[in-house]
Design a binder for this molecule. Sequence first.
Ligand SMILES: O=C(O)CCC(=O)C(=O)O
Ligand SMILES: [Fe+2]
Length: 173
Amino acid sequence: MLRDNKSDSLFRLNHYPPSPPELQLQLQPFLGGRSQLLGFGEHTDPQIISVLRSNDTAGLQVCLRDGTTWVSVPPDRSSFFINVGDSLQVFTNGRFRSVKHRVFADPTRSRVSMIYFGGPPLSQKIASMEGLMEEGEESLYKEFTWCEYKKSAYKSRLGEYRLGLFEKAVAGR
Ligand SMILES: O=C(O)CCC(=O)C(=O)O
Ligand SMILES: [Fe+2]
């Protein structure tokens, strides 16, 4: 899907300028009680896979399964950080999780990151892959195309759990 010449992949370059204490103080009324300046609000990536490379300035955090604990990802300019996207969560019927992440600006140093977001062609059906499913396992998600998901994701707020709209209602969940 990613190699398809109609693949809907994109490349993003992010720059988070330093946010020195004076600036943080000035912006205090807008920080919502946080002590640091948010560079990129919490979200999951909608595509299949994201491959990120950054300079050696910290700032990226991922949210653990409990939904409230945030853990800093140590920056490493010689490594790639691979992130599962919402579509891969659906392809694997929830075995791989699309992790919520966010970025804080560093007080003294700029952070630069570049990310390749591997997305499928617009007409691609996003559905749990038969070959991965155990016998009798039900798909957790309704069927949809990448185009439908993308439209819905771009209409939603950044931090929303966008897959929620595409989950099947299962008793007890
Ligand atoms: O800049 C980063 O480290 C992450 C940015 C990000 O999550 C995104 O562009 O989707
Ligand atoms: Fe992201």
